[in-house]
Write a protein that binds this ligand. Structure first.
Ligand SMILES: C[S@@+](CC[C@H](N)C(=O)[O-])C[C@H]1O[C@@H](n2cnc3c(N)ncnc32)[C@H](O)[C@@H]1O
Length: 218
């Protein structure tokens, strides 16, 4: 998917991926990350997800990155937060208290900008509808960049497994074998949940929603 695809989705409010509550799978499986208040969680391709306020409510510092300026502005507006805005080259950083959201291309986000925004150690990552939003040829670059940016931080990953021939993505099917190929070299993978998606994918084909815990191999 190119940038124009996602900009147009936000422009036209075609954001069926956006849930009107925190993702129930995050709520049920968050404890596996064993985070404590004050620690920092990174949320790639975050949209204006209500997972963000839920994570803030756990006392965490939350760092997101999102391509669409519409999404980032809506996120802060809906949370009634007025961010400080700082241009950092190709990326713009929005900050309000424990929430930092970079607006720009995930692949352009570097340690330099994280430092400039005074993001310290990232203790965990949470991927919901990020890996599965990307076509197969982009996923290895995505997983490597995420692993490097977060210094092999543990991760909660929510993915889909369905018959890709029945339905085109996004979201794409990223099955257990694909998760293993992308992350198995660096992480121990534990499948925490493998549950049928209620109503199927876009109401059209049966799909499993899977929750993975990734823990760095030492
Ligand atoms: C399927 S949505 C998921 C959003 C959010 N994680 C959620 O659960 O609601 C994927 C998001 O990734 C953003 N995105 C796509 N490509 C991106 C990129 N290269 N860098 C940053 N964000 C990107 C899109 O604008 C979109 O908001």
């Amino acid at each position: 998917m190119d940038h124009a695809f996602w900009h147009s989705r936000w422009q036209n409010q075609q954001i069926g991926f956006h849930l009107d509550q925190a993702n129930p799978l995050l709520v049920s499986h968050f404890h596996h990350l064993a985070l404590t208040a004050g620690q920092c969680i990174f949320v790639p391709l975050c949209g204006k997800s209500l997972d963000i306020p839920w994570l803030l409510d756990q006392g965490l510092q939350v760092v997101g990155i999102e391509l669409s300026p519409l999404a980032v502005k809506a996120l802060f507006q809906e949370l009634a937060l007025t961010p400080e805005v700082e241009e950092m080259g190709a990326i713009t950083c929005y900050r309000a208290g424990p929430l930092t959201v970079f607006n720009g291309d995930f692949f352009a986000l570097s340690q330099t900008q994280l430092k400039q925004a005074q993001v310290g150690q990232i203790d965990a990552a949470y991927d919901r509808a990020a890996l599965v939003a990307l076509p197969a040829d982009m996923r290895p670059r995505y997983s490597q960049h995420l692993t490097a940016l977060t210094a092999h931080a543990k991760q909660l990953l929510v993915s889909f497994d369905y018959d890709q021939s029945l339905q085109a993505g996004p979201p794409f099917s990223v099955d257990s074998q694909a998760v293993q190929q992308l992350y198995g070299k660096d992480f121990k993978l534990s499948l925490l949940a493998d549950v049928p998606l209620a109503g199927g994918l876009k109401g059209k084909c049966p799909a499993q929603e899977q929750v993975w815990l990734l823990q760095a191999l030492s």
